[in-house]
Ligand binder design. Structure first.
Ligand code: ZN
Length: 508
């Protein structure tokens, strides 16, 4: 049995029943009762519902000393912003507790201090929460307790399910697409890239309304246990995220797997088949989850010799793999007479360099927190303006421009068009591209604002977690973090990240 403590801030205001001790007690008791391995040790409650309250926190201090006395192994609490006075306090308490094997789980914020990225997420969340309490914004309050008491489902709605008031209900149209995806993958043995192409071709829409499907999204759907009716939380844990050592959770951290928790969309047979195939493909490493590095490096690789941007061209290697190779724009259009920097950069090599830089950056905890939080807050605070451009649409147009540009280059190399024509067309496309990029940036900013604070948080957490785990599959974040990569004639390269003074040097 795991002994569980709860910490909450309570209101003595009669008008504020949602924050009454009784309401919170009910919530925690029923929440803990759902897990057969948990036993409620005590509920610690201090007066004052704001985290920045200056009131004495007698119960909080008692809880910390009880934790040191080994009386419980887990503390459940609601939100980062209500746990402690400020980010520094929250981080130092969770670290202190983690060191003695006591986990803190922030239910509303979906953070467990024992998770691999828990501390990082906590830092970001704490900083954001603090900012929020400073602005006294209208946060979603504890009033939703009653709905949560009925069956807690965290997260947002997804393809096939509406999540409302903590409950999952099947959304028939989306569910049909989910079934189609599972059927094609598990029964017809169609690859995820091919499924994505099929759905795009047939005019199906993604959950966010996009007409373009990506194989990564298909994989995510295939791995989502909610579709078979299960709910799983806390799959892995890491004693310390700085060491990046992820361990399977064997009871150190409470794991909840509730089978048949809600109405399934697919049968368990199909689910099992899909998981087996996913595992096989994963072992084979057939690169189904591959993603494009094209946009990450567009305009970001610079020539140290002549200052021009590198341009990317697709190259099929002898072993059949496709890579994009970047070379100096001047060299491409004028030959070595224009610039003799000589060096080609493969996009997968460039991505490795970016990952290396980000990995060292991720060890600098303060820097991540500062930068990511800055980026997040900027996105939130940015004012609303401009017409509503759909990012997917803009991305699609950028995609097409890039293809047109490549076609022009190909025609030029094939001798079909003159150099003058090529340069004129290329210039025109590049001007269009610049305008589109600006619009895309604006649109993405607006989207982030529009999709709400919690979703924004979730998005940031996901992206940063991916970075920390060395997965760096986020084009947007990579693009945001990468300032430039400069290539020099002696073949060495220098990479810079936004908001950071460091220069990362790589031998050519
Ligand atoms: Zn050059």
């Amino acid at each position: 049995m795991i002994q569980v403590a709860s910490y909450c801030r309570v209101s003595t205001d009669k008008e504020d029943q949602a924050n009454s001790f009784e309401a919170q007690q009910r919530f925690f008791e029923s929440y803990i009762a759902q897990n057969p391995d948990w036993e409620l040790y005590a509920i610690y409650a201090d007066e004052g519902t704001s985290g920045t309250s200056t009131k004495k926190r007698v119960q909080f201090n008692r809880m910390i000393s009880d934790a040191h006395a080994g009386k419980f192994q887990l503390i459940l609490t609601k939100e980062v912003s209500r746990f402690s006075r400020n980010i520094v306090d929250t981080l130092s308490y969770t670290r202190e507790l983690k060191a003695i094997g006591v986990a803190v789980e922030f239910l509303t914020d979906h953070i467990n201090s024992m998770d691999s990225d828990g501390e990082l997420r906590l830092s970001i969340m704490a900083a954001m929460a603090q900012e929020e309490s400073r602005k006294t914004s209208n946060r979603v309050v504890w009033g939703q307790t009653r709905q949560m008491e009925k069956g807690v489902v965290f997260g947002r709605s997804m393809l096939g399910y509406d999540v409302k008031d903590g409950k999952l209900t099947i959304e028939p149209e989306g569910a049909e697409i989910v079934r189609l995806i599972f059927r094609k993958y598990a029964l017809e043995q169609v690859g995820t890239t091919e499924i994505a192409r099929f759905l795009t071709r047939e005019g199906y829409r993604t959950y966010r309304g996009s007409a373009k499907w990506k194989s990564g999204a298909i994989i995510k759907i295939l791995k989502n246990e909610k579709y078979v009716g299960d709910l799983v939380q806390k799959k892995t844990y890491t004693p310390d995220y700085l060491t990046h050592e992820k361990k399977a959770n064997k009871g150190q951290v409470p794991q909840i797997r509730i089978e048949n928790h809600h109405d399934p969309i697919i049968t368990r047979e199909i689910w099992n088949l899909a998981q087996e195939r996913l595992e096989r493909n994963n072992k084979r490493g057939d690169g189904e989850a591959g993603h494009s590095n094209r946009y990450v490096f567009s305009g970001k690789i610079k020539c140290g010799q002549c200052g021009s941007s590198f341009v990317g061209r697709m190259k099929v290697l002898k072993d059949g793999t496709k890579v994009r190779r970047w070379s100096c724009g001047t060299t491409v259009s004028e030959g070595t007479a224009g610039c003799d920097v000589g060096k080609l950069v493969r996009d997968d090599d460039a991505m490795e360099m970016l990952k290396t830089a980000l990995r060292s950056f991720s060890l600098d905890e303060g820097a991540i927190i500062r930068n990511v939080t800055t980026l997040a807050l900027e996105a939130i605070q940015a004012g609303e303006s401009g017409a509503a451009d759909a990012p997917e649409r803009l991305q699609f147009e950028l995609d097409r421009l890039q293809q047109k540009k490549e076609a022009v280059m190909d025609s030029f190399f094939a001798g079909d068009i003159s150099k003058e024509d090529m340069l004129a067309m290329k210039g025109r496309y590049e001007a269009q591209e610049a305008t589109l990029r600006e619009r895309l940036e604006q649109a993405e900013k607006r989207l982030r604002q529009g999709c709400g604070r919690d979703q924004l948080k979730e998005a940031i957490q996901e992206e940063v977690a991916a970075l920390l785990n060395g997965e760096t599959e986020s084009e947007v974040l990579s693009k945001t973090l990468l300032k430039d990569l400069t290539v020099f004639k002696d073949r060495h390269m220098e990479l810079r990240l936004n908001h950071l003074p460091h220069v990362f040097r790589f031998a050519g």
